[in-house]
Ligand binder design. Structure first.
Ligand code: 4AD
Ligand code: MG
Length: 437
């Protein structure tokens, strides 16, 4: 399809290195404009945008006329000279010496105007091409990579946990069931945690990072049916160690995007002074203290109730940094959480709430280490013992204190980007009312 190019094929992002030289750019039409004998063509290639200028007589007549056939998102190959142009976005433009359309299209559905979000979600496969969406995806890539670097650098081993599982991990009300051929039901993983606990007993410090499923009947700006979670688990870790580890992780992740993805954050108009507050230590308060603070602000909540979206929003507006809330009542938390010896009504657990009203981004805890206590928990939570025998084995053979947590990538990204809703934080969101595209 491509005849050999005389000038090097370059990324738009690299154009500054080619000032004064002839280059070839392959991409899509972002914007078109005519003015007298001059035609302007903004091209995007996934790395950036650049304006091409077509002056009649300075490129083959046939190529010049191709311009008139182009519509937004037509694909093409451009040849031209790179020159500095202070007025151009990015500081460079290309004087076009050749234009070869690859695929000409008209009536691209997403025009340069405001569209409703329902429409844009229907067009998600095309919406991804918008510069804003590209910036979000690059930030997502950076965060995902930074998670892996963080754990690798600290000696945590990546262990992939299964997606098809025989039991619930986070409560039976949000399970996605599927037929496992003739062996009955299988459930899409709500968390890799239980398997990660087994791996921690083998390798010491482990993590997993994969798709996670919750059949949430909630239609909030924080809920997806399918999301990505990075989870850590470590043998001999106590709640205190987890508080430190998740604080270190979030600080590392946010500083990393501030350092490497400033351009994208700028594109999103993100106020980075707010993000840079992560350098300071994160406030910590107990659930009980949090309840008192909410009550003082006039929120109607009584001790023992879980925080809903509104309470989380209020709490996370009280601090300019992420806040760690620990020791929730055991009765509102999962079956596997270790009780606090000082007050067995409390779980040795933590939620991290992101500031600016974003709410929970991390959930974690120390795990029940004792076999008899865990057996009693299964009864208490009406969970079947048989499919969890393997999990009980971890308490039969060399049980040790251990702890871990999970961070939702989309919730983190929504906060980092300043998005109103998590649906823009994943390439193809699965929502209560959406499975397309
Ligand atoms: O608090 P959760 O349910 O904790 C667990 O699943 C533990 N087993 C993790 C562990 O200890 N290994 O979920 C952890 C995080 C939440 O804080 C949130 O960031 C994200 O996962 N999350 C969701 N994100 C988007 N949509 C949903 N429906 C989510 N549910 C949880
Ligand atoms: Mg949680």
């Amino acid at each position: 399809m491509f005849s050999p190019e005389i000038a090097p094929v370059v990324n738009i992002a690299d154009l500054p290195q080619y000032e004064g030289q002839a280059v070839t750019i392959r991409g899509w039409v972002y914007h078109l404009r005519s003015s007298g004998k001059v035609r302007f063509l903004v091209v995007r290639d996934g790395t950036g945008l650049v304006q091409g200028v077509l002056v009649k007589g300075r490129l083959p007549e046939e190529d010049f006329h191709q311009f008139d056939r182009l519509g937004q998102e037509s694909s093409l190959i451009l040849r031209g000279q790179v020159r500095a142009e202070l007025r151009a976005p990015g500081g460079y433009e290309v004087e076009v010496t050749g234009l070869t359309p690859l695929h000409i299209c008209q009536n691209y559905p997403i025009a340069h105007k405001e569209h409703g979000v329902g429409f844009l979600l229907d067009q998600r496969h095309l919406w991804l091409r918008a510069p804003r969406q590209q910036a979000i995806l690059r930030l997502r890539d950076e965060l995902a990579r930074a998670c892996r670097d963080f754990f690798y650098d600290r000696g945590f081993v990546l262990v992939d946990t299964p997606i098809l599982t025989p039991t619930a991990c986070e409560g039976t009300t949000t399970l996605f069931a599927t037929d496992y051929l003739d062996r009955g039901k299988a459930y899409l993983s709500q968390s890799g945690q239980l398997y990660l606990e087994a791996a921690a007993m083998a390798l010491g410090k482990v993590y997993c990072f994969g798709p996670t499923f919750r059949a949430e009947k909630s239609k909030t700006r924080r809920h997806l049916m399918e999301f990505w979670m990075v989870e850590a688990e470590a043998a001999f870790y106590l709640l205190e160690d987890i508080l430190q580890l998740c604080e270190d992780l979030v600080r590392y992740l946010v500083l990393r995007v501030l350092e490497r993805r400033n351009r994208e954050l700028e594109m999103l108009d993100r106020d980075t002074t707010l993000l840079s507050k992560v350098s300071q230590s994160f406030p910590r308060l107990s659930y009980t203290e949090a309840v008192v603070r909410l009550q003082t602000e006039g929120v109607a909540i009584t001790w023992g109730e879980d925080f809903g979206g509104d309470e989380e929003t209020r709490l996370s507006q009280m601090f300019d940094r992420p806040v760690l809330i620990h020791r929730y009542p055991r009765q509102i938390k999962a079956f596997y959480m270790e009780a606090d010896r000082d007050n067995p009504e409390l779980a040795l657990c933590v939620d991290m709430l992101a500031p600016e009203g974003y709410g929970e981004i991390i959930g974690g805890s120390q795990r029940v280490a004792d076999l008899d206590i865990l057996l009693a928990r299964l009864q208490e939570y009406h969970l079947p013992q048989e499919p969890l025998e393997w999990y009980l084995d971890l308490r039969r053979y060399g049980s040790v204190p251990h702890a871990g947590f999970g961070l939702g990538l989309e919730r983190l990204l929504a906060w980092v980007c300043g998005l109103k809703h998590v649906r823009e934080a994943i390439p193809f969101p699965r929502l209560l009312d959406r499975l397309y595209p």
